[in-house]
Ligand binder design. Structure first.
Ligand code: FES
Length: 569
C-alpha cells in the first residue's frame, strides 16, 4: 500500500499495532474527512507551525503569510498542512515571556515529531517565538525552515519618527522627567506600534531573525523584510518551496546548525550590536545540538568583530532602513573574512555560495558601515567576570556610556522587583548619580522567570534632575530595545546563593570593561557572615509548568533551557 508514497508523507510515524496497512487506511480515512483527494494525500507533507494569536500583535498578518507558504508548497508538489502551537506575545505574558519559551519549544518539538510531515515551515517572529521554534526544530530532527514575521513600519508623532519600542522608552523617560505631559504620552501611546510585525528596531525579535538567517535556517535576505512588504509574501512562498527541497534531501536542522554556523551567528550578533537576550537564546539553540557557548568564546569573537550597524536602540535608524540599506546580505559580506563560508543553508547552497552571488550589491553605508570604517571597532556585547559574577554577566557595551566603563561606585540595593517598585521613586531614597543600582532575585530560578527588569528606572529624583544613565546591575534581562550602562544576567543568580545576593547598601563595586571584570569589594569574612543570614523568602511554585520551570531551568550562561532538553552528547 505504501508504494505510491514518494516521501513518508501521511504514513510517517504510523502507530503500529500489528497491521500497518490498517493504520494508514484509518489515517487516510480521517484525513479524507477534511476534503482532501487521495491524490493530495499521497503527496509529501509540509507542516506549517502557525502561531497567530489574539495575544500576539506581532503575528497579526500570519493568516496572509500562511496562504503564501501554502502556495509555495503546492506549486512545488507538496501538501501544506498547518497546525497550531502556542504563541508568545511579548508584552502579554506574566510573569515573563522567557518562562514560556521552553514550553513553546517543547510544543514545537513534540508536534513536529508526533505528526506526519516531511518538513516544517516555522512561522514565528515575536521575541521568544523564533528561539523556541529553532530549539524545538533542532531537537525534533525533522527538516525545517524558519520564516519570520518581519519588522513593523515606523510611525510619526508631530513630525518625529517613532518605532516600537526604543521610542516607547525614550518618551516614557521624558514623561517621568516631567518633560512630556499626560495628554502627549497618551497620543504617543497610540502611535508607537501601528502595523503588523515585530518591534521596529534591532531588538530581540530582529536580532533573532538575523541570527536565524546567519545560522542558515532562513532563506537569504529574508530576515529584515518588513512585515507588510510584498517581498515578505514572496519570501513565504519561497520558504514553502524550499521546505520541499529540504524534505527531498532529508536535510535535518543539525546539518545546518553546528559549531561553525553558531560561530557565524555569534559574529552577526556582535556586528549588529544586537540584543543581550540573543546570547541566552543562541546558547539554548546551540545546547540542543550539543554545542556549548562559553562566555569566554563570546569575548574572543567580540574583540575581533566590529559593530557595523547603525540602528536603534544603539544608533539612529530603524529596521525598515536596514532592509532598504542592504539588510543581512550587506552585513554578511562585510564580515565575510570572519565567517565560516562552508556552512550549508536551507537554500541548499553554502553561505559562501550565497555571498559570491551577492558580491558588489549596493549598500547604504549610513546604515551598514564598511568593515574598515565601523560604528564601533569591537563587538556590541561583552561578558564580565569577577567576584560579583563568577560565571559571568553581560554588558551591551555598544548601548552603554563609555564614561562609566572604568568606574567604582556605592551599591544601592533592591532585594526584589517588589522592593524596587516600592522604593525607586521614593524622594528620600539615598542615591546619587555616581551610585550603582543593584537588583537581586530576578534570575531564572527566582520565581519571576528572569524578566526584562534589568533596565532599572532612573530614580525619579535623579531623572527629574536630568540624569539619563547610571550603572545598573542585576540577574535579570533587558529588552533588546533598551539601552544604558546595564550589567545583566549575573550568574550565578542571587536566589541560588550567588554573590549578587550578598551585596548590601553602601558596598563598593568595581566595574572594569577593559579587564572584563565586575567585582564586589567586600572581604571574604564579611561575605561569609552574610551567607549565614537567612535568605529572603521567594515564591516557589509547587505544581504544573511553573514547578517544572523552577526545578529544571538552567542559569543564563546555559541559555535558561531545561536541563533535560539539552542534547545528550
Ligand atoms: Fe513582539 Fe517586540 S513585542 S517583537
Amino acid at each position: 500500500m505504501s508504494d505510491d508514497i514518494k516521501f513518508e508523507g501521511l504514513a510517517k510515524g504510523l502507530t503500529n499495532y500489528g497491521d500497518m496497512d490498517f493504520s494508514i487506511y484509518l489515517r487516510r480515512s480521517f484525513a479524507s474527512s477534511m476534503g482532501y483527494s487521495r491524490e493530495m494525500l499521497s503527496k509529501p507533507i509540509i507542516g506549517i507551525a502557525h502561531t497567530p494569536s489574539g495575544y500576539n500583535n506581532c503575528h497579526r498578518h500570519f493568516p496572509e503569510l500562511l496562504e503564501a507558504v501554502k502556495r509555495g508548497v503546492l506549486a512545488a508538489g507538496g501538501l501544506p498542512v498547518e497546525f497550531p502551537t502556542i504563541s508568545l506575545g511579548e508584552v502579554f505574558l506574566n510573569p515573563t515571556s522567557l518562562m514560556y519559551r521552553n514550553l513553546m519549544s517543547m510544543d514545537t518539538e513534540e508536534m513536529v515529531r508526533a505528526q506526519p510531515m516531511d518538513a516544517v515551515v516555522l512561522l514565528g517572529g515575536c521575541d521568544k517565538t523564533v528561539p523556541a521554534q529553532l530549539m524545538g526544530a533542532a531537537s525534533a530532527g525533522v527538516p525545517a525552515i524558519q520564516l519570520v514575521a518581519g519588522p513593523m513600519m515606523t510611525g510619526k508623532h508631530d513630525g518625529e519618527r517613532l518605532g516600537a519600542c526604543t521610542d516607547c522608552r525614550r518618551f516614557w523617560g521624558q514623561y517621568r522627567a516631567g518633560n512630556v505631559d499626560d495628554q502627549e504620552i497618551k497620543t504617543v501611546e497610540g502611535r508607537l506600534a501601528t502595523t503588523a510585525g515585530t518591534c521596529a528596531v534591532m531588538g530581540t525579535a530582529s536580532t533573532m531573525a538575523c541570527i536565524a538567517e546567519a545560522l542558515g535556517m532562513s532563506l537569504p535576505g529574508t530576515a529584515a523584510i518588513p512585515a507588510v512588504h510584498a517581498d515578505r509574501l514572496r519570501a513565504a512562498e519561497a520558504s514553502g518551496a524550499a521546505a520541499m527541497r529540504l524534505a527531498a534531501n532529508k536535510t535535518a536542522p543539525t546539518d545546518i546548525i553546528n559549531r561553525d554556523s553558531i560561530e557565524n551567528a555569534l559574529r552577526v550578533l556582535l556586528a549588529l550590536g544586537g540584543s543581550t537576550n540573543a546570547i541566552i537564546h543562541l546558547t539554548a539553540i546551540a545546547g540542543r545540538v550539543g554545542v556549548d557557548i562559553p562566555l569566554t568564546w563570546l569575548n574572543e569573537l567580540s574583540d575581533t568583530t566590529p559593530v557595523l550597524v547603525n540602528l536603534k536602540p544603539t544608533g539612529s535608524h530603524y529596521m525598515e532602513d536596514f532592509f532598504a540599506a542592504g539588510g543581512m546580505g550587506a552585513v554578511l559580506r562585510e564580515i565575510k573574512p570572519l565567517l565560516n563560508l562552508d556552512c550549508m543553508t536551507v537554500a541548499g547552497e553554502t553561505l559562501g555560495e550565497r555571498l559570491a552571488r551577492d558580491e558588489g550589491a549596493w549598500v547604504d553605508q549610513d546604515v551598514i558601515s564598511a568593515f574598515d570604517d565601523p560604528v564601533e571597532p569591537v563587538g556590541g556585547l561583552v561578558a564580565l567576570f569577577g567576584s560579583l559574577a563568577p560565571e559571568g554577566a553581560i554588558l551591551k557595551r555598544s548601548a552603554a556610556d563609555k564614561a562609566m566603563f572604568e568606574k567604582e561606585g556605592r551599591a544601592v540595593v533592591f532585594s526584589s522587583l517588589e522592593d524596587l517598585s516600592n522604593r525607586i521613586d521614593d524622594l528620600e531614597l539615598d542615591v546619587t548619580e555616581d551610585d550603582f543600582l543593584v537588583m537581586q532575585n530576578a534570575g531564572p530560578k527566582s520565581g519571576t522567570g528572569m524578566p526584562e527588569a534589568g533596565y532599572l528606572p532612573i530614580p525619579s529624583k535623579l531623572a527629574r534632575a536630568g540624569l539619563k544613565d547610571m550603572v545598573r546591575i542585576s540577574d535579570a534581562r533587558m529588552s533588546g530595545t533598551a539601552f544604558g550602562t546595564i550589567v545583566l544576567h549575573v550568574t550565578p543568580e542571587a536566589s541560588i546563593g550567588g554573590p549578587l545576593g550578598l551585596v548590601r547598601n553602601g558596598d563598593r563595586i568595581k566595574l572594569s570593561v577593559k579587564d572584563r571584570r565586575i567585582d564586589l569589594l567586600v572581604d571574604d569574612t564579611e561575605l561569609e557572615k552574610r551567607r549565614q543570614e537567612s535568605p529572603p523568602t521567594l515564591p516557589h511554585p509547587q505544581r504544573g509548568y511553573q514547578k517544572l520551570y523552577m526545578d529544571t531551568v538552567l542559569q543564563a550562561d546555559q541559555g535558561c533551557d531545561f536541563d533535560f532538553l539539552k542534547a545528550t552528547k
